[in-house]
Design a protein around this ligand. Structure first.
Ligand code: DAH
Length: 334
């Protein structure tokens, strides 16, 4: 009878191992431990053994019964935890990922580009680290020329600069050899400067239009078009004479202040805000790019993306450097 009990136990072990559901387990329980189950059958057999053996056999049987109970409850737990891992409810609301957004400067660059694309300008890219030649020399600023000082340039090798402006793209674009040119070069620039309106890292967009018969009137028209589309229909522009080595004549471009509407306030200079430089491309620059100034003329302008964007009336950003601080309190407003 002891052997039969052992057989019963290993039988129970085998089927419990194979059980795949709670229902299987319940059937096994009934088969082994139920009223008419195998265990009770064996118990009934005790009546036929001698009273001397009965006690010992009874203990063996009870032990086997407890083991089967244990095996059953262990398997039950296993099945439960396996099924909870598989639980998948496709209708359950998902955990929302934290969505970020593009940086303000990227939005600004895209908005600026959209406006120029509508009148046929094409976005191009030129190096943000470039040789002294494209940043200065080809722009009519030979080595040692005092005009270079204005650009507060980071030299990273004898002949290599972090471009202090996007004008390095002018001669590079001309060298491609296609005419007419109608480009906007947007790039990161660097200068040794830092205060509320200057940051060491900033962006510029450079426009260059070269064709036969391009005049100041065309420049003025494009600037006005840009100002109206970017700032709103009420804004006006003006050209102030200035001096750049790579344009002749050269101008500073101003836009009427969006806060006071041009009458003058603490935000502007007598009703005008300064956008940046522009001018008619200097014949020497055209020649450096392999273009004959007797046949072709062109205008160029180069402005700070940050500055241009901050001049929108609805933005009041007190310090340009906040754009680079990764301050979420600031960035999340946009
Ligand atoms: N590169 C000049 C600067 O960074 C701005 C500029 C002036 C660009 C005149 C031009 C231009 O294209 O024609 O201050």
């Amino acid at each position: 009878m002891e052997d039969t009990t052992k057989d019963l136990l290993s039988q129970a072990q085998a089927v419990i191992n194979l059980a795949a559901s709670q229902e299987d387990l319940e059937n096994i329980r009934i088969g082994f431990l139920g009223r008419n189950g195998k265990m009770n059958e064996l118990m009934a057999g005790l009546l036929h053994v001698s009273p001397a053996q009965r006690g010992e056999l009874g203990r063996v049987l009870n032990q086997a019964k407890r083991e089967i109970e244990l095996l059953l409850s262990k398997k039950e737990e296993d099945l439960l935890s396996a099924s909870s891992n598989l639980y998948f409810d496709p209708t359950e609301p998902s955990i929302k990922p934290n969505l970020g957004h593009l940086h303000l400067i990227t939005y600004a660059a895209r908005e600026i580009m959209d406006i120029f694309e509508r009148i046929g300008f094409v976005r191009v890219r030129h190096p943000e680290i470039d040789s002294d030649y494209y940043a200065f020399e080809a722009l009519n600023m030979p080595a040692g020329h005092p005009a270079r000082d204005e650009w507060e340039t980071f030299y990273i090798a004898d002949n290599l600069v972090i471009t202090p402006h996007t004008s390095n793209g002018q001669v590079r674009e001309m060298e491609k050899g296609y005419l007419p040119i109608k480009m906007i070069n947007i790039a990161r620039c660097g200068r040794r400067q830092s205060d509320v309106s200057h940051s060491q890292t900033f962006h510029q967009f450079e426009g260059l239009y070269i064709d036969k018969g391009v005049s100041i009137a065309n420049l003025k028209g494009v600037l006005e078009y840009f100002a109206r589309n970017f700032y709103g229909s009420g804004r006006q522009t003006r050209l102030r004479p200035y001096d750049f080595r790579f344009t002749e004549p050269s101008f500073e471009v101003d836009v009427t202040c969006g806060l006071c509407g041009g009458s003058g306030c603490s935000f502007c200079k007598g009703g005008w805000l300064e956008l940046g430089g522009a001018g008619m491309v200097h014949p020497k620059v055209l020649r450096a790019g392999g273009i004959d100034p007797r046949k072709y003329s062109g205008f160029a302008f180069g402005w700070g993306v940050e500055r241009t964007y901050m001049m929108k009336a609805e933005l009041s950003i007190p310090d340009i450097r906040i754009l680079y601080k990764n301050d979420l309190n600031f960035l999340e407003q946009f």
